[in-house]
Ligand binder design. Structure first.
Ligand code: PLP
Length: 396
């Protein structure tokens, strides 16, 4: 009844659905409070008060036209405000003309990929990576190329990158802070990556875009500053959203930004706006464009996440797990205690722990914990992690 490709993709992505169902069954059996569900990246802190106030003000003002269509790129004042924020961070001369409001970061990525990909053009990603990328690239006729990273810190292997870029490469897609590892790429790493990409652009005489997927941009810990990609990569575009920074994933509001250093910004932007329109998004949700912009600069308290990270990370390390300490986002990506991450996930379930096998992100042998759950859940889960470690002979 449905297209062959969707049928195949449904099978490929059935793991997450199956886990959700397992969680539901478990919640009915033992009660929601006894299930430690670390599977979903759905932020649990409430949005900042500034966002809620902005929304109330807009609704109560009830200005005529509040719910009308606008320019497919979004409200000019909203885009101007975002451009000014990027200017303040980077010093680059961005204006509203460099910004398109989108339906979340997912929408931004689809708009970008639709705009730049010719059939079979390649998009390079680094393992482990956000699973949806492969479907997004496929949506627009591209081929995803998955490159291994260094297991010590999940940093991209730049030699491998250099060898992998060819005449079909159209983009390198990075995600820092990263889902699922929580790793933040250093300025030096990005500078070195830019040098590789620029060399290859010269070799193949075409643009190779750097797409920075940054929905976790505001969630960086330990005083680390996230490098601004526009000063590092000439042909860069940012795809991002307020989903995580303002805890509003259901509002579906984000944007894309293009670097002012790109050779032909007007053509690129026209293509992006056309893609936003013809993908059927038409424009990003109008009310939420205004609310997110009014609350720009007001984010969820990232200390909430940092504290949860600390507790879980230290507990796992004490139990003998190997895990790169995350510096951002709200995920941990430890090595499973056996090679088979599916069997490990099943054993975790016996302790009411719901975790996501690493193979979902292209890295079997690991698992992902999403710690955007309450502190109470985290504290109550610690004994379950201890019991799980004991099952595999860890004695502490
Ligand atoms: N990119 C990454 C790495 C994500 O983890 C997510 C959501 O979890 C998205 C993009 C999609 O974000 P949004 O909900 O803003 O579309």
């Amino acid at each position: 009844m449905i297209a062959d490709k969707i049928q195949t993709n449904l099978q490929q992505s059935s793991l997450i659905r199956a886990m959700f169902e397992e969680g539901e069954t478990l919640r009915k059996k033992v009660g929601a409070e006894n299930v430690f569900d670390f599977s979903l990246g759905n932020p649990d802190p409430e949005p900042p008060q500034a966002f809620k106030d902005a929304l109330k003000t807009l609704v109560l003002e009830d200005a005529p036209g509040l719910h009308a269509y606008m320019n497919n790129a979004g409200y000019p004042q909203v885009r101007e405000k975002i451009a000014a924020q990027i200017h303040a961070e980077s010093g680059r001369n961005l204006t509203a003309q460099h910004i398109v409001m989108t339906v979340g970061a997912g929408g931004a990525l689809n708009v970008i990929l639709k705009t730049i990909l010719n059939p079979d053009d390649e998009v390079i990603v680094f393992k482990p990576y956000f699973t949806e990328y492969k479907f997004y690239v496929d949506n627009h006729g591209g081929q995803i190329v998955e490159l291994a990273t260094n297991p010590k810190d999940f940093a991209p292997d730049l030699q491998l990158l250099e060898q992998s870029i060819n005449a079909k490469t159209r983009a390198v897609l990075i995600n820092s802070p990263n889902n699922p590892t929580g790793v933040v790429y250093s300025e030096q790493l990005l500078q070195d990556m830019a040098a590789v990409i620029e060399r290859k652009e010269r070799e193949f005489s075409r643009e190779i875009f750097l797409i920075a997927d940054e929905p976790y941009k505001e969630l960086v810990y330990d005083g680390i500053r996230l490098p601004q990609v526009f000063n590092i990569f000439k042909n860069a575009m940012i795809a991002t959203s307020f989903s995580k920074s303002q805890s509003i994933p259901g509002a579906r509001i984000g944007y894309l930004a293009v670097n002012d250093r790109i050779a032909d910004v007007p053509t690129l932007i026209n293509g992006l706006i056309f893609a936003n329109r013809t993908l059927g998004y038409v424009n990003a949700p109008g009310l939420f464009q205004k609310a997110a912009a009014l609350a720009l600069g007001h984010y969820v308290d990232k200390n909430i996440y940092a504290e949860r990270r600390n507790i879980l990370y230290h507990h796992l390390i004490q139990l003998g797990f190997t895990c790169v300490k995350p510096q951002g986002a709200f995920y941990l990506f430890p090595k499973a205690l056996i090679d088979d991450d599916m069997a490990f996930k099943d054993q975790a379930l016996t302790h009411n722990l719901i975790i996501v096998p690493g193979r979902t992100f292209g890295c079997p042998g690991y698992f992902r914990l999403s710690y955007c759950v309450s502190m109470q859940t985290i504290e109550r889960s610690l004994a379950a992690f201890t019991a799980l470690a004991h099952d595999f002979g860890q004695r502490v």
